[in-house]
Ligand binder design. Structure first.
Ligand SMILES: [Zn+2]
Length: 189
């Protein structure tokens, strides 16, 4: 009972602080999380999936904040056929294409977090291990794990360490990541 009251009190104080406009002292730009704005206007069927994927990446990393529809660092499209893929124009910038047919075979959330992983700097790693996000479709259609491994998450955090903007042109050119999700065999009828 006592702990419930104290928790309630803490929540009330936090609310009061927010209402009064209390902000953290000494915000440091160098340690601020980088915002990557993603846009789902061209992927209406996957807006919710994109939001879930953004939350996964935000929780897995310590210096990134993927935010919906605040800009266009990352544009997400839905396509029919041809396979899901990603085009990274520079670290934190690019386009993700979700194939609706593929997303009916593989976990759409795993596809989304995987393709965003490419935008965040990760290469493919087709080792068939479902615990590895960048193993993509090599882990089979039964693999629905949407979470990066701790090593994958640490890699992204280190790639973004020290970066303060997501301006284009940081990389030498666009990189296309295709064929991460091989077509599953048609069910035997
Ligand atoms: Zn891939």
């Amino acid at each position: 009972m006592a702990s419930r009251i104290s928790r309630t009190l803490v929540a009330m104080l936090a609310t009061a602080g927010a209402t009064l406009g209390v902000t953290l002292a000494n915000p440091s730009p160098a340690s601020a999380a980088m915002t990557i704005c993603y846009n789902t206007s061209q992927a209406p069927s996957y807006a919710s999936i994109a939001n879930q994927a953004a939350t996964i990446w935000n929780n897995a990393t310590s210096n990134l904040t993927l935010t919906a529809n605040c800009g266009t660092n990352l544009r997400i499209y839905q396509i029919t056929g041809g396979g899901s893929y990603a085009v990274r124009t520079s670290l934190g910038n690019g386009r993700v294409y979700i194939d609706t047919q593929q997303a009916a075979q593989y976990s759409p959330l795993r596809i989304m977090t995987h393709e965003i992983g490419h935008i965040l700097g990760l290469p493919d790693n087709y080792n068939g291990n479902c615990a590895i996000l960048m193993s993509g479709g090599s882990a089979g259609t039964s693999c629905t794990n949407p979470y990066p491994s701790s090593a994958e998450a640490s890699r992204v955090t280190s790639l973004f360490a020290g970066t303060r903007s997501t301006e284009r042109g940081a990389d030498s050119g666009s990189t296309v990541f295709q064929d991460s999700w091989p077509a599953a065999l048609a069910p035997v009828s």
